[in-house]
Design a binder for this molecule. Sequence first.
Ligand code: AKG
Length: 300
Amino acid sequence: MADIDSDALERYRRDGVIVIEGLLDDVARQRMKQVLADLIESARDVRAHDDVYDLEPSHSAKQPRVRRIKKPHAVHPVFAEFMRSPRLLAVLSALLGPSGVRLHGSKLNLKSPEYGSPVEWHQDWAFYPHTNDDLLAVGVLLDDATPENGPLLVLPGSQLGPTYDHHGTDGRFCGAMDPVRDRLDYAGARPLLAPAGACSFHHVRAVHGSAQNRSAQSRNLLLYEFAAADAFPLLGIPDWDDFNSRLLIGSPTVVPRVVDCPIRMPLPPATSQGSIYENQTALGNRYFDQESVAVQRQQT
Ligand SMILES: O=C(O)CCC(=O)C(=O)O
């Protein structure tokens, strides 16, 4: 039986998010976890963020603390294999339409027990606007997602709304929404709670974020970003061959599909380049730290 039916499609169109359980089998998941454990061990020799590692502020050689593995599909084949699995591609095809499916990027966000960093509210669309918005992110749960371990939180229906300002007070892109400025009802956010092996699919315009992991369980989330083959990035295509090499379904085209969508360009670029965690350090009002939550509550 296909992993996506018309009800799930309908929910994706309405809420901008669905979860499908059991897409990643346990053998592949355990292999991924082992590769991840080896990568963290190797981070002892890494002193600063580089092409593979984004480090927690408290990282040291004695206690390696990794926040993100960048482009895991290019780091180890186990992460490239899953994105080509027929069951996943069938779901992506149903959600992204007939033109085909292109990998936009991948990342493995670690939320380690007790200290794993929060991610402030944002829309992926603010980072990479395209000629149409048939793009989404797949979150592959390497661990169970529980209310306590910093699950992904998504505001249902927000993919049908505006593109919010993701600029800081210095006028530069910072990859985060200001909770005081935007005043969205974040209490209505849906935590994506599911067992390890489940995959979430969130629309590129859906507002989402996640809190710090304050539990004793890790929450490691492998994220792949996919675009319809006829969605072209508005920031340009630096390497045409690389662009086409990332097509998982469909053939190269020079005819982008253009759809009227609310767009804000992520320009001028963030002062702190590198990863979303670095970009978001320029945000004035934070939601996911206790003091800012208190400020926000006083003001609403
Ligand atoms: O890891 C998370 O909880 C959120 C990640 C995310 O939204 C991102 O990296 O764009």
